[in-house]
Ligand binder design. Structure first.
Ligand SMILES: *Cc1c(COP(=O)(O)O)cnc(C)c1O
Length: 369
């Protein structure tokens, strides 16, 4: 069986080093807001080309806190891609703001900059872009639109650690940007973890307080904050994993190339890198009109796959209720998102997969009738 993901196998090359780091933390007697976190924050900021990194409890919290910094009036609108993972949309709603969905390009799966302009109203306060599947969005036009309209730009980099647009890492284009270190992400912890990155000291300082009950001095609370701290254990694990991120990304790139060269064009393959775009291939998404049958066929041949994602945000029960007032959340309004969700299939592309594994997937797919 070729599994889609296996965290034990993924982490086994780093296991010993990680266990040493975890042991160091258990013996230190210091578990929250300590040296391990400070170290990781410095390392990750340096890696990504940001001045500041603030470790938080999850990717969702990193997005929630990024918006919370601005304290936008209730009901203001935030533009977000219609085909993103639910967390991006939830972070907007948790701040009392209104998500305004904008369709992606069917070729890149990322938000279509031309369509952002059409959805800007006098209530728009921010644009949240998502570098989906590890592919950077087309940032030049997006930055230009945000600047021209005085909109805050926030990047959801949860699937794109190390991806570059015009040689700059994602997470350096927006005012404040979010990462997730969920275990299956390219940089994954041994539990939940996330971070906010920014170059603005005011943003970093306030988010440091917001993640810690709105406080920087014990028992003095300046803001209505959250408890969302990246703990010492996860920070220590992430410091080890960060050293191997480029190795992990290169491995995924090599797998991408095997698929790209070998897979029949009957399957709609993801675009390769270009001059401005350097991807990190978090996911290898193909599209096929009979996706479910194809998934079944692969499973019969002992190959596991995933779907990212089976239901688009606008068809989720949780969102339909809140946003049904203006009738926005019904079928047909986001045909590109619906097309992607109906046809997308993610092939194995983990760090533990061998070239032979991937060649087998290619061979099995290419003889599919
Ligand atoms: C994983 C993910 C998140 C949420 O991260 P968590 O750490 O699971 O909270 C947000 N956005 C995208 C695009 C993701 O893939």
């Amino acid at each position: 069986m070729i599994e889609y993901e296996n965290l034990k196998r993924l982490n086994s090359p780093f296991q010993k080093e990680i266990e040493e780091a975890v042991l160091r933390v258990t013996r230190s007697g210091w578990f929250i807001l300590g040296k391990e976190l400070e170290n990781f924050e410095e390392e990750f900021a340096a890696f990504n080309g940001n001045k500041y990194c603030v470790g938080v409890a999850s990717g969702l919290d990193a997005l929630v806190l990024s918006l919370k910094y601005y304290d936008f009036p209730e009901g203001k609108e935030v533009i977000v891609p219609s085909n993103t993972y639910i967390a991006t949309v939830l972070s907007i709603m948790q701040n009392g703001l209104k998500p305004v969905l904008v369709e992606p390009s069917i070729d890149t799966y990322n938000i279509d900059p031309r369509k952002i302009r059409e959805k800007i109203t006098k209530n728009t306060c921010a644009v949240m872009v998502v570098h989906l599947y590890g592919r950077p969005c087309d940032m030049d036009p997006i930055v230009e639109i945000c600047n021209a309209n005085n909109l805050i730009l926030i990047e959801d980099c949860a699937q794109a650690h190390g991806a570059k647009y015009n040689q700059k890492n994602v997470g350096t284009f927006g005012q404040v940007n979010a990462f997730s270190f969920y275990p299956t992400k390219n940089l994954g912890a041994f539990g939940d973890a996330g971070a906010v990155v920014t170059d603005d000291p005011d943003i970093a300082n306030k988010i440091r307080k917001l993640r810690n009950y709105g406080s920087s001095i014990k028992y003095y609370n300046e803001f209505v904050g959250m408890n969302s701290r990246l703990d010492e254990m996860q920070a220590a694990v992430l410091s080890v994993k960060l050293k191997y991120l480029s190795q992990i990304n290169s491995h995924k790139k090599a797998i991408f190339e095997i698929y790209d060269k070998g897979l029949s064009n009957r399957f709609k393959k993801p675009l390769p890198d270009s001059e401005s775009i350097e991807q990190v291939h978090h996911i290898y998404p193909i599209r096929h009109s009979e996706r479910d049958k194809l998934k079944e066929y692969l499973l019969k041949n002992e190959i596991k796959t995933e779907i990212h994602y089976p239901i688009p945000p606008h068809k989720q029960l949780a969102l339909a209720k809140t946003l049904s007032n203006d009738g926005e959340f019904s079928s047909g309004l986001y045909p590109i998102a619906e097309e992607i969700h109906a046809t997308e299939l993610s092939l194995p592309i983990s760090y533990f997969h061998t070239k032979a594994d991937i060649k087998r997937v290619v061979d099995v797919l290419n003889v599919y009738q």
